[in-house]
Design a protein around this ligand. Structure first.
Ligand code: ZN
Length: 56
């Protein structure tokens, strides 16, 4: 199974790393949300698991 963490940044092509961000900054109630973050340009990608969670 391919996850967002194994993909490259769509902007600069660097490898994405797993990170946690504070959900409050996005207007969600949960404490933290896992994202795939580019350590080079700072681009953030939301993993499919997180999107699924937010839809419920
Ligand atoms: Zn990048």
């Amino acid at each position: 199974m391919t996850t967002e963490y194994e993909l490259d940044c769509a902007t600069c092509g660097s490898s994405l790393t797993r990170a946690e961000i504070v959900a409050d900054s996005l207007g969600f109630d949960e404490g933290t949300i896992e994202v795939a973050e580019c350590s080079d340009c700072g681009g953030r990608y939301f993993p499919e698991t997180t999107l699924n969670r937010l839809e419920t």
